[in-house]
Design a protein around this ligand. Structure first.
Ligand SMILES: Cc1cc2nc3c(=O)[nH]c(=O)nc-3n(C[C@H](O)[C@H](O)[C@H](O)COP(=O)(O)OP(=O)(O)OC[C@H]3O[C@@H](n4cnc5c(N)ncnc54)[C@H](O)[C@@H]3O)c2cc1C
Length: 496
């Protein structure tokens, strides 16, 4: 490769950066070196593959802009900052004018006896979920075929998911939806304890149980011994396969190796500059003001800022607004604002709470100066859509807070969603734009994504996008072979 911009990693952050560099008029050389042996894909939709609803190719992000030299299956092994060169595992070396680290994150594997093989990788029967290959490994592991649980089938040891953070909850629901017996083991008293208060945590636990996930909250793992997870209280959980969802750690080994400043992630300033001005970092590997990435939206914002800067524009990254929308079939849950937002309460905050245990609904809305500062919304899909939009656009909340939470339309509303309603909040894509793309010939999620960018953020809107286009009815998106779920069922579920 000739000098120019060299990007290490080919995940959503790198993919977005290349697209925006071209869009903003960058004409120089762009090289992309990605370790995974496949084109960039939407990692946030891995659960759709795990759940048997999408085939792996449906996750592929639209081909990057013309003129980028993309090399997948190539790992960068070292950076020589003095000579402005990167070295790769295929023996190559590539000069750069600007180097961008977009190396993402790797899954955290807790220090539990038996979890690792001697080489440090997960032991046999254990997967720490991060890549498409991990999903395929879980799906093809011996004994992880659906057991027919709940249909009178033989009950053997099922799949055990360790860790009930966002990813663990989504993974448990996806696997359960694909017909597996699933046990979710979590040391804290309730799932997602960093983001949910106790009442919301209780309702989420009950919802998961109703979906058929066996919940073991408040149980601390001690060790893993050939097919059994041992617990501190003496309990034993047989596991045909153990899926570890214990968080992710920014991938910083290259940055450390070449002497860049690293704390949890690669330290960057508001212009995504590392401690070497010729090296930038974006996405999950980057740490800004003490917070490392962790969401597609943050990766995209950083890619946008960097693309503007590298094409002569002015831009600054101001930090990410925290918003989590659980992507789990049958559970409508959103948490807006940082972990302290819903509950801590600033003296000037207005807090509105609603608890409807019988119907599994919970809301806690924190308003500051009339705007949404934070929220936990469970079992309230209409409120999630409305509140997320207010939060995202920093708009004043309507004075009737309860109507907002219950999703009651205002008196002059004729009912039904409007065509200019946003369906993909990550990409700011409206219903009308999605419909137009279907009308213009898009026949599957990848084509809609290429035309509109819908679904290429957190992926949580995939079901709504399919429903708008009738993609399932056209047979364009099919479940993985053998997957027990039918997409038509998926669209019908949860009132999509
Ligand atoms: C199962 C799952 C579900 C998720 N769901 C959501 C969600 O619903 N919403 C949301 O916002 N986020 C979600 N996330 C997080 C989201 O996927 C990440 O925030 C996003 O992928 C970050 O993009 P990235 O490009 O920075 O990093 P990554 O996607 O991690 O990509 C980095 C790439 O760099 C490569 N790389 C690393 N080191 C090297 C090297 N030395 N040489 C070459 N290549 C290298 C890696 O192999 C990888 O392919 C989810 C993550 C997972 C695993």
């Amino acid at each position: 490769m000739r000098a120019g911009i060299v990007i290490v990693g080919h995940g959503p952050a790198a993919h977005r950066l290349v697209q925006l560099l071209r869009r903003y008029g960058y004409r120089g050389r762009i090289g992309v070196l990605g370790a995974e042996h496949r084109p960039a894909y939407q990692r946030s939709l891995l659960g759709e593959v795990l759940g048997g609803r999408l085939r792996p190719p449906a996750l592929t992000l639209p081909a990057v802009a013309e003129g980028a030299d993309v090399r997948d299956g190539v790992t960068v092994t070292g950076v020589d900052r003095r000579r402005a060169l990167v070295h790769t595992d295929d023996g190559g070396s590539h000069p750069y004018d600007t180097l961008v680290l977009a190396t993402g994150a790797r899954p955290h594997l807790p220090d539990l006896p038996g979890l690792r093989a001697p080489d440090g990788a997960p032991a046999d029967g254990v997967t720490a979920l991060r890549t498409l290959d991990d999903c395929l490994r879980i799906a093809s592991a011996p004994g992880t075929g659906p057991t027919g649980a709940g249909k009178g089938g033989t009950q053997g040891p099922g799949v055990v998911v360790l860790g009930a953070g966002v990813l663990g909850v989504e993974t448990a629901v996806d696997l359960r939806g694909a017909g597996h017996d699933v046990t979710l083991v979590h040391p804290a008293p309730h799932p997602m304890e960093n983001r949910l208060d106790a009442p919301a945590g209780l309702l989420l636990t009950e919802r998961l149980e109703r979906l058929g996930v066996r919940m073991l909250p408040g149980r601390t793992p001690l060790a893993y011994r050939s097919g059994t997870l041992l617990l501190e209280d003496g309990g034993q959980v047989p596991a045909r396969h153990l899926v570890v969802c214990a968080g992710a750690v920014p991938e910083t080994s290259l940055a450390r190796g070449c002497g860049l400043a690293v704390r949890t992630g690669v330290v960057v300033d508001a212009e995504l500059r590392t401690s070497d001005p010729r090296v930038r970092a974006i996405g999950d590997c980057a740490e800004y003001q003490g917070t490392a990435g962790g969401s597609v939206l943050t990766a995209w914002e950083q890619a946008d800022v960097l693309a503007r800067l590298l094409t002569g524009g002015r831009a600054r990254f101001r930090g990410a607004r925290s918003a989590v929308r659980l992507r789990a079939r049958g559970i409508d849950l959103a948490v807006l604002g940082g972990p302290d937002a819903p509950g801590e309460g600033h003296c000037a905050d207005e807090v509105v709470t609603l608890m409807d245990r019988t119907r599994g609904r919970y809301a806690r809305l924190v308003l500051r100066e009339g705007r949404v500062h934070g929220a936990v919304l469970l079992g309230l899909p209409r409120a999630i859509a409305a509140v997320a939009q207010l939060y995202d656009q920093d708009l004043p909340a309507p004075s009737d807070r309860l109507s907002l939470l219950l999703g009651t339309p205002p008196a002059d509303d004729r009912g039904g969603p409007a065509e200019d309603d946003v369906v993909c909040f990550c990409g700011g894509v409206t219903r009308a734009e999605v419909r137009r793309s279907w009308r213009d010939g898009a026949r599957d999620l990848a084509a809609v994504a290429a035309a509109t960018r819908a679904t290429t953020g957190c992926g949580g809107c995939a079901r709504d996008v399919l429903a708008l286009g009738g993609g399932a009815r056209s047979g364009a998106v099919e479940p993985v072979d053998g997957g027990p779920r039918r997409l038509a069922g998926l669209l019908g579920e949860g009132g999509a």
